[in-house]
Design a binder for this molecule. Structure first.
Ligand SMILES: [Zn+2]
Length: 175
């Protein structure tokens, strides 16, 4: 899944958690919704490190940023505990934790070769659909991303992405 789906999933997670906390003020509510949307994307922050390490803005065959610990549930549960420790806000920690876990969950739907759900106990990757990204062969970076995206449009994950994004947009519209 890519940016719109992840952000939408994080947003929806925040809405669900907040629906159980009617005591939260409007200002706080808006901040927490943003935190959820941001947390839904957050694990992909490791992509900058991946590109930096590869000295390239392309994905190299056989390597993926989803092999980093920043794409494991364990890591984000630990971060959520740190958020709880420093903010003393259970709602913030829960939204941050569940938002980033939604990322890990949706990355398991045919993204590369899956996610290490059981790290640090096992490095085995879990993949719900058997779809593996093809790496386009072109020297042009723009064409590379265009081909990558075109390929993505033919996957089941793309329909999942559209669905989540539409649900989030409807939730924004009706809220
Ligand atoms: Zn990801």
């Amino acid at each position: 899944m890519i940016f719109p789906g992840h952000v939408s999933a994080g947003y929806l997670v925040a809405k669900v958690v907040l629906s159980m906390h009617p005591e939260i003020s409007v200002a706080e509510y808006n901040k927490l919704v943003l935190l959820g949307a941001f947390s839904g994307w957050l694990p992909d922050i490791d992509i900058f490190y991946y590109f930096f390490k590869a000295r390239s803005v392309r994905f190299e065959e056989g390597t993926t940023h989803r092999s980093y610990i920043t794409h494991t549930p364990f890591f984000w549960i630990a971060v959520a505990f740190l958020v709880l420790l420093f903010t003393r806000s259970e709602v913030s920690a829960l939204i941050m934790g569940l938002g980033s876990l939604s990322h890990i969950f949706f990355d398991s739907f045919g993204s590369g070769n899956g996610v290490m759900w059981f790290w640090p106990f096992s490095k085995k990757k879990v993949l719900f659909f058997n779809y593996v990204d093809k790496n386009p062969e072109t020297d042009n970076v723009f064409k590379y991303y265009f081909l990558l995206f075109k390929d993505y449009l033919n996957t089941t994950t793309f329909y999942l992405e559209i669905t989540i994004t539409v649900v989030a947009l409807l939730a924004i519209y009706f809220s």
